[in-house]
Write a protein that binds this ligand. Structure first.
Ligand code: ATP
Ligand code: SF4
Ligand code: MG
Length: 326
């Protein structure tokens, strides 16, 4: 892999209260290179959004970064001043949030909002207008002039997602982080939007982090997948490898719960029973053990760190996949 465009190292996020600090994101390492697409997958509450918000120091109080580094092309963003961060946000690093309606002003026309965002990054007004029309066309919206003069409530969910992607792309970011931009939409639309971003990425070599609940959505379209569970990355691997031979039981369970031919040869786990633990209140040992069909004694005592599984994959599990059933 070429040098990382964005690198998150040992990130810890927590929430302070009277009796101490609850750690919710518990040492996350992720990186994405220029031109690469990384999928970040995990159940609700696994810490995906908090990790991404930390990149731009946008955590809502009382949440706070407890430790770790965020490097953008080698520059440590954790120590950047507010002025520099404002330039990075929506400039070099663009983020598309979970809920488009929360990021758009309902009272302003869509075009005005994109123009304003560009102007905030120093683009002169005429150039901002031209760029707005250009990006609205690039994201496959029919009649960009009409969309430009629409208010958000006049557009469908799928159209709003495309508007959000257009706004994110308008400043030609080095890194695009899309935090589950399509949760409320059906899987076909999710894949269309990711397809679109892939096509645009081929021209710009931007790095993309695509955050989702749904492993199926990213299967075809990302280069690598990081699976998060209870505030940590529990497996990271090249996409093809992860689908062909998962090395963490949680990934195996996620794959088995997907429809599709990729899993036909694998012994199904059918579904993942139980619920994920609250990362702030974990008992000792592996956080997945209450749901893991392969747990052994050691799993209740010691939490595994990421272990090299070869071919670019790592997994936080004490057991080699060959031994799962024994
Ligand atoms: N503002 C907050 N105050 C306290 N706890 C929070 C806050 N925001 C998130 N959390 C907790 O942090 C954990 C991780 O949240 P996060 O939003 O990162 O999860 P996620 O993986 O993005 O989930 P989802 O898939 O539902 O978006 C959750 O257990 C959540 O309850
Ligand atoms: S460490 Fe143990 S409990 Fe955790 S996933 Fe591996 S086998 Fe299961
Ligand atoms: Mg989230």
């Amino acid at each position: 892999m070429s040098a990382a465009e964005l690198s998150i190292r040992g990130l810890r996020v927590g929430i302070a209260h009277r009796h101490g600090v609850d750690e919710i994101v518990r040492g996350v390492d992720l990186e994405v290179a220029s031109g690469e697409k990384l999928g970040v997958v995990g159940e609700s509450g696994s810490g995906k959004t908090l990790t991404m918000l930390s990149v731009l120091q946008l955590l809502p109080s009382p949440l706070a970064v407890l430790g770790g580094q965020v490097l953008l092309d080698g520059e440590d963003l954790m120590h950047a001043d507010e002025r520099r961060l404002r330039a990075v946000r929506g400039g070099e690093v663009a983020m598309v949030y979970q809920d488009p309606m929360s990021s758009l002003n309902p009272l302003l026309r869509v075009g005005t909002q994109i123009v304003e965002a560009l102007r905030a990054h120093g683009v002169p007004v005429e150039a901002a207008r031209a760029r707005t029309r250009e990006v609205l066309g690039q994201v496959g919206l029919p009649q960009p002039e009409r969309i430009e003069s629409s208010f958000p409530h006049e557009l469908s969910g799928g159209m709003l997602q495309r508007v959000m992607i257009a706004m994110a792309l308008s400043t030609s970011p080095k890194v695009l982080i899309a935090d589950e931009p399509t949760t409320a939409l059906d899987v076909t639309i999710q894949q269309q939007i990711l397809d679109l971003v892939s096509a645009l990425q081929a021209e710009t070599s931007m790095a993309v982090i695509w955050v989702t609940h749904d492993l199926g959505v990213v299967a075809r379209l990302v280069d690598r997948v990081a699976v998060m569970y209870a505030g940590r990355v529990v497996e990271q691997a090249p996409t093809r490898k992860l689908f062909a031979r998962p090395t963490h039981p949680y990934t195996a369970a996620l794959l088995a719960s997907l429809p599709g031919p990729e899993i036909g040869h694998r012994k199904p786990l059918h579904q993942i029973g139980g619920t994920p633990p609250d990362p702030a209140h974990l008992s000792p040992g592996c956080p997945f053990r209450a749901r893991c069909p392969y747990a052994i004694g050691r799993c209740a005592v010691e939490e595994p760190g990421l272990i090299d599984r070869g071919s670019g994959s790592v997994a936080a599990c004490w057991r080699e996949p060959e031994l799962w059933e024994s």
